[in-house]
Design a protein around this ligand. Structure first.
Ligand code: ADP
Ligand code: NI
Length: 215
């Protein structure tokens, strides 16, 4: 591991320690491992992938407020101070700026293979058993109920509408999590997503059965 990677890892560990919304250090750790595995399969540059995976949520507006300009600015500052070259800095900033899901009706294309694998890895961590755990942790951190039978899931046409959503966490499965499998950029990620997707369907089926007192 280069000095730049080691310093970035130590910084991110420290910053994300103790988060209770599903965005703790171990989320970053899983995204990095998955992204590096996908990078090897897809022939993407591992150095850029690893830096982008490490930094992808550190200044996220969901967690820290502010707007979408904060992350690229702070990442640029951090990487420049740590001695990264300009091509790496601008590539990592571009990936982090584009990585997030922004609503069902908002396309979030990635321009490079490095961006594609980081986005896929982040999205894989939002689905399956870990994804279910993270969704309820995130919902709880925002005071959302597990399930709200009086509000139906919405289709969000803009990022602002998605951000302002306030339903129960089960609605989030329809508003985001079930959409991710078909939006994976790489074939390798799609294969992994398929199994995780089916597990979430089974989970929600059982959830509703129990909720309704049928099982
Ligand atoms: P992204 O940047 O694409 O949103 P993150 O890695 O930051 O991805 O993770 C988002 C996590 O937060 C996911 O696990 C997702 O399920 C959860 N999350 C986001 N919005 C909600 C919500 N309204 N209700 C429940 N979970 C949410
Ligand atoms: Ni993330």
């Amino acid at each position: 591991m280069t000095g730049l990677l080691a310093r970035t890892e130590a910084f991110v560990r420290e910053r994300m320690h103790g988060d209770g919304s599903g965005h703790d250090w171990w989320h970053v750790h899983r995204v990095r491992s998955t992204a590096l595995r996908l990078a090897r399969e897809e022939g993407a540059d591992e150095h850029v992938v690893e830096l982008a995976a490490l930094l992808h949520d550190v200044w996220d507006h969901k967690l820290h407020g502010g707007d979408d300009t904060v992350a690229p600015r702070e990442i640029r500052r951090w990487l420049a101070a740590a001695g990264a070259d300009e091509a790496t800095i601008s590539h990592v900033c571009e990936i982090v700026a584009g990585v997030s899901f922004k609503g069902a009706g908002v396309p979030t294309p990635m321009r490079t293979p490095e961006g594609a694998v980081v986005q896929d890895a982040d999205r894989l961590d939002a689905i399956g058993a870990v994804g279910i755990a993270r969704a309820f942790a995130f919902g709880g951190s925002r005071g959302r109920p597990l399930h709200d039978p009086e509000s139906a899931p919405e289709h969000h046409a803009t990022f602002d509408a998605y951000r302002a959503g306030s339903g129960g966490t089960t609605a989030h499965f329809h508003e985001k999590l079930f959409l991710l499998r078909d939006r994976m950029n790489t074939a390798s990620a799609r294969r992994l997503a398929d199994e995780r997707h089916r597990f979430m369907e089974e989970f929600l089926r059982r959830f509703h059965d129990e909720w309704n007192g049928w099982s």
